[in-house]
Design a protein around this ligand. Structure first.
Ligand SMILES: Nc1ncnc2c1ncn2[C@@H]1O[C@H](COP(=O)(O)OP(=O)(O)OP(=O)(O)O)[C@@H](O)[C@H]1O
Length: 473
């Protein structure tokens, strides 16, 4: 081992430099330390070898004697570090180096520290290439993550080019540029959730998570812990390690509060507090956690009516309703029915594994004539049923439910039902009854109370019919 024996050769310095050699020698990266007179006080084996000199011959000598191109005198004079500088050594090697002045307590330069980061430019190029490759991969994974995290839809996947839809899309797209709260209103099945996805996807939070919570589907007692999470042992039955709530999960992204109109009043107070304070507290916790997510809420209720009924807080309504987007019902944009039908046929053919890509003019006319109380979700169900019924690649009138055909007056006269579909009146009535109940249940998200109301029958009667037709509800 070589030891330092420069001009200011006090024993402590010597021991210190020996120690540095012990540290830097096993490392293959070239390191060097010079004193303020730019004499080499430490150089590890890797650097000595790189310069092509035995270490014993260069320790203590001015670095410029070994490498006349050195910039250490400049770095020591200016006290300015040079990071990632390209340097051509006098032995012909070109490398990327760092040169860093090390200051003492008085702010004067005590040493100059140098290292070779890449020992030739080719190596640097390779690293850059690798980096480019990794960046490419990273963006693929980011895309995948975005997909997994939930926000799947954008303006293109929201089908419909009627004037009404163009207006709503324009408004929603404008809202995506801000971070304000958005309230999306519209009947059930109109596509409110799709709009929430698309707004998130176009916002500056697009790379963040999109977290949805259905305020109507989660039992009242669980809603608070779902939204805010809880600390370890917060209540009996709580998970041991605690639980992170949706607001925290949505950090950096968007939280979508679906069916906000059905949120219990006690929870509305808590949500209002979050909107005002921009912080939450986990159940059983004693610290506040800042909320960093955009809020989009949706409802199919007339919230002003709910306020009158004292079922919804007026202050919360105004907090949420900063930007209001109203998704029109399908019956007000019948121009969209054809393109929606074709798109849904394509989508459902894929998921049902049955290729159906045509629809007769009559069948399409029927769809256009119908009023669609369940909107696009109902249209989707009707198309799915038709794809299941047809033996060919075409949906015909006979594949549509009776209540849809009934709206197309000429259709039932001009289009005879095919002999294979002839049936008794009782069978026909039962088929209509069954499909009407099934449709209604689907449209009402299997809420039997609501479905019974819409069907105009009692809940008991609905249960009997579900039993009779063996409907899985
Ligand atoms: N414009 C559209 N283009 C294509 N598919 C649509 C469109 N609008 C809605 N859908 C489809 O219709 C179904 C219902 O849409 P969505 O769940 O967004 O409605 P919603 O208004 O949020 O309903 P709810 O109020 O019951 O929650 C979904 O399967 C969705 O993919």
């Amino acid at each position: 081992m070589n030891t330092y024996s420069g001009k200011k050769d006090d024993i402590q310095d010597n021991m210190f430099m020996n120690r540095l050699h012990q540290i830097f020698d096993p490392i293959e990266v070239p390191f060097i330390i010079v004193n303020r007179d730019t004499e080499i006080v430490m150089i590890n084996e890797a650097f000595a070898e790189y310069l092509g000199h035995p270490r014993s011959e260069i320790i203590g000598r001015p670095v410029a004697e070994i490498d006349p191109n050195t910039r250490f005198p400049f770095v020591i004079k200016t006290k300015r570090a040079e990071i990632n500088y390209k340097h051509k050594f006098s032995n012909g090697h070109t490398a990327i180096v760092h040169r860093i002045p090390v200051l003492d307590d008085n702010g004067d330069v005590a040493y100059g520290f140098g290292m070779v980061v890449f020992d030739d430019i080719k190596q640097l190029k390779e690293v850059l290439e690798k980096n480019k490759l990794l960046e490419g991969k990273l963006s693929i994974y980011q895309e995948e993550l975005k997909h997994i995290r939930g926000a799947k839809y954008n303006w293109k996947t929201i089908v419909g080019n009627s004037i009404l839809m163009q207006e709503v899309k324009k408004m929603a797209s404008r809202s995506a540029k801000t971070d304000s709260n958005v309230l999306i209103i519209g009947e059930s099945g109109t596509g409110k959730e799709l709009f929430a996805h698309a707004i998130h996807n176009e916002s500056k939070r697009a790379e963040g998570p999109f977290v949805k919570i259905n305020c109507a589907a989660i039992p009242k007692d669980l809603l608070e812990s779902e939204l805010f999470g809880y600390e370890e042992g917060a209540f009996t039955g709580a998970k041991k390690q605690g639980k992170i709530g949706k607001f925290e999960l949505a950090a950096g992204g968007t939280i979508f509060l679906d069916e906000i109109g059905d949120m219990p009043l006690e929870m509305q107070v808590k949500i209002l507090r979050v909107l005002q304070e921009k912080e939450i507290e986990r159940i059983g916790g004693n610290r506040t956690i800042p909320v960093d997510c955009r809020i989009i809420a949706a409802t199919n209720h007339d919230l002003k009516e709910r306020i009158k009924e004292q079922a919804f807080r007026e202050d919360l309504y105004y907090r949420l309703n900063v930007i209001n987007i109203e998704v029109p019902p399908l019956r007000n944009r019948k121009e969209d029915i054809e393109v929606l039908t074709l798109k849904l046929m394509e989508k459902l053919s894929g998921s049902l594994g049955k290729y159906v890509n045509n629809i007769t003019v009559d069948a399409l006319e029927s769809l256009k004539a119908y009023n669609w109380p369940g909107n696009i979700r109902e249209l989707e169900n009707v198309i799915e049923r038709a794809i299941n019924l047809t033996d060919q690649e075409t949906i015909e009138l006979q594949h549509l439910p009776m209540h849809v055909i009934a709206h197309h007056k000429e259709a039932d006269l001009s289009q005879p039902v095919s002999p294979t579909h002839l049936q008794s009146l009782r069978e026909a009535v039962e088929e209509i009854e069954k499909s009407t109940i099934l449709n209604c249940l689907k449209v009402m998200n299997y809420n039997k109370l609501k479905a019974a109301k819409v069907l105009g029958i009692s809940r008991t009667s609905l249960y009997e019919k579900i039993e009779k037709y063996k409907i899985e509800a």
